[in-house]
Design a protein around this ligand. Structure first.
Ligand code: 5AD
Ligand code: SF4
Length: 435
C-alpha cells in the first residue's frame, strides 16, 4: 500500500489546499503517514510570506531529503514553489516537482510519470478547486476558499506575486462546497480569501454576488451553526457586509481586519491608502451593528522608514481599538516587492525591540479581555481534549481557547453552553451550564 506525507506551512488557505491534495491521494488508494521514511510521496505545502517562512521550508526540505526512501517522489507546492521556481531544483536536486499555489492539481501527472521533473508555477486560475475530488469527511471547522490572490499590492507583500490577481469563485461552486462540508461533518464554516471581503462574482445572468450573499445562504443550512471569514481589507468592509453582523446570529462576533500600522506615513508607504479616521469609522459601524464584536489585527513593525513616533502611533491605535487575538511581525524584505528596495531599512535590533513592546501590549489587552469574560456564558465549539486527557478544549465565539474540566456531553453536540470561570493571558477556563 502506497503512503503519502504532507507537511503544511503558512495560512489557512494552505491548510485547505493540503486537505484537497490529501483527498486526491486518498481517492487513488494512498494512505497518510506521519513518517517521512515510510512515505512514497512527500509534499511540502509552503509559505513565503516572510524570509523566515521560506528558510523554514528549505531546512525542512533538507531534513526530508536525508530521511526519505530513495524511490519516494518528493516535491514542494504553494508559495515558495512560486517564489523560487526552477531554482528549487538547483538548491535541492532530489526534488521531483515544484508546483505553485494554483497548480497543485497537476500532482497526478507526476504519479503517472514519476521519472519526469514537473515545474508549473503559472497563475492559471482556480480550476484546482474543481479538478480534485472533494473530501469524504469534513473537519468540524471547515475552511472554504471563496477568493484567491490580491489586487491591493501592499508594498511589503509577496502574495500578489505568489497567488496572483484577485479571483472570486462562482457563488454556486462555493455553495456546493459549503453544503458538502455541512453534510460531511462541518459545524462551522470559515470563508477564506487573501482579500475575502472583496469577494465579488458576476453570474452569467448578470447577478452580482458578494460575501454577504454567501453568509445569508450559508446561514440557512441547519448543520452550520457558526460562520466567520478571514482576512478582510479595511476599506472593503461594505455596508451590506457590516449589516450581516446585525441580522445574522450565526455570524460570529469576531473579525480579523488588519491595520498593519497606526502611522499614516507608514500606511502610505505600505500602499494602504486609508486614514485612521476612516478605519475607526468602520469599527464604529461594526460596533453599532454588533455591540459585542471584537476585532483582531496583524501588525508589521520596522517597515522601512518607521520612526519611533510612527511606532508610538501603532501602539496608540492598538490601545484605542483594543484588538484581541492579534499577530505582530518584524518587517521582512521579500523578493518581487517594492518595499524591499526602499531606503531607510530599519536595523534588526530596533525591529526586535519594537516587536517585544507591541507583543507585550497586545498580551496585556488580551489578558484584560479574557478577564472581562469571567462570569459570562458563551456557546463554545468543541475542539478536542488536552494532552492530559482530563480537560476538554473549546473555542469561544471570539476564538479564545477555553479549557473545560469534564467529559464530552452525551448528546454528542459539538456546541455547548459554557460559563467562564477563570482567565489567563493565553486562555480562559469554564464549566458546562446545564439548563
Ligand atoms: N514582512 C512581515 N510581515 C508580513 N506580512 C506580510 N508580508 C510581510 C512582510 N514582508 C504579514 C502581514 C499580513 C500577515 C499575513 O503577514 O501582517 O497581514
Ligand atoms: Fe503564506 Fe501568504 Fe502564501 Fe498563505 S498566501 S502561504 S500566508 S505567502
Amino acid at each position: 500500500m502506497k503512503k503519502y506525507f504532507i507537511q503544511t506551512f503558512g495560512c489557512q488557505m494552505n491548510v485547505y489546499d493540503s486537505w484537497r491534495i490529501a483527498a486526491m491521494l486518498d481517492a487513488r488508494g494512498y494512505k497518510p503517514t506521519n513518517d517521512v521514511a515510510d512515505a512514497d510521496i512527500i509534499i511540502l505545502n509552503t509559505c513565503a510570506v516572510r524570509e523566515k517562512a521560506t528558510n523554514k521550508v528549505f531546512s525542512a526540505l533538507g531534513r526530508v531529503r536525508d530521511a526519505k526512501k530513495p524511490s519516494a517522489l518528493f516535491g514542494i507546492v504553494g508559495c515558495v514553489a512560486r517564489e523560487v521556481g526552477a531554482n528549487a531544483f538547483h538548491r535541492i536536486p532530489e526534488l521531483n516537482f515544484v508546483l505553485g499555489p494554483q497548480s497543485y492539481h497537476k500532482i497526478p501527472q507526476i504519479l503517472e510519470n514519476p521519472d519526469a521533473r514537473l515545474l508549473n508555477i503559472d497563475l492559471s486560475g482556480l480550476e484546482k478547486f474543481d479538478e480534485l475530488p472533494q473530501m469524504v469527511t469534513s473537519p468540524t471547522v471547515c475552511y472554504i476558499p471563496i477568493q484567491e490572490g490580491c489586487n491591493h499590492c501592499c508594498t511589503y507583500c509577496i502574495v500578489p506575486y505568489t497567488r496572483g490577481q484577485e479571483l472570486s469563485r462562482s457563488f454556486d461552486d462555493v455553495m456546493r462546497d459549503t453544503k458538502h462540508a455541512a453534510q460531511t461533518g462541518a459545524v462551522e464554516i470559515c470563508f477564506l480569501g487573501q482579500n475575502v471581503n472583496g469577494y465579488k462574482y458576476t453570474a452569467p445572468d448578470g447577478t452580482i454576488y458578494r460575501l454577504s450573499d454567501l453568509i445569508r445562504e450559508t446561514a440557512k443550512i441547519p448543520e452550520i451553526q457558526r460562520i466567520r471569514f478571514t482576512s478582510s481589507y479595511p476599506t472593503e468592509m461594505s455596508d451590506d457586509l457590516i449589516g450581516m453582523f446585525a441580522i445574522e446570529p450565526k455570524l460570529l462576533p469576531f473579525l480579523n481586519m488588519p491595520i498593519q500600522s497606526g502611522s499614516p506615513d507608514v500606511l502610505k508607504r505600505m500602499n494602504r491608502p486609508y486614514s485612521l479616521d476612516g478605519y475607526m469609522e468602520i469599527i464604529n459601524k461594526l460596533r453599532a451593528a454588533r455591540p459585542d464584536i471584537q476585532i483582531s489585527s496583524d501588525f508589521i513593525v520596522g517597515f522601512p522608514g518607521e520612526t519611533d513616533s510612527d511606532f508610538e502611533q501603532t501602539l496608540d491605535i492598538a490601545k484605542r481599538v483594543g484588538y484581541i487575538n492579534s499577530y505582530s511581525f518584524k518587517y521582512s524584505p521579500r523578493p518581487h516587492t517594492a518595499a524591499a528596495i526602499m531606503p531607510n531599512q530599519v536595523p534588526e535590533n530596533i525591529k526586535k525591540e519594537r516587536l517585544a513592546i507591541l507583543d507585550s501590549l497586545l498580551n496585556d489587552i488580551q489578558h484584560e479581555f479574557n478577564d472581562s469574560c469571567v462570569g459570562k456564558t458563551m456557546m463554545c465549539l468543541y475542539e478536542g481534549s488536552d494532552k492530559t486527557g482530563q480537560h476538554l478544549i473549546y473555542r469561544t465565539p471570539y476564538m479564545q481557547q477555553c479549557v473545560v474540566r469534564g467529559t464530552i456531553p452525551e448528546s454528542g453536540e459539538k456546541i455547548s453552553k459554557i460559563k467562564i470561570t477563570g482567565a489567563s493571558k493565553a486562555s480562559i477556563r469554564g464549566e458546562f451550564v446545564n439548563d
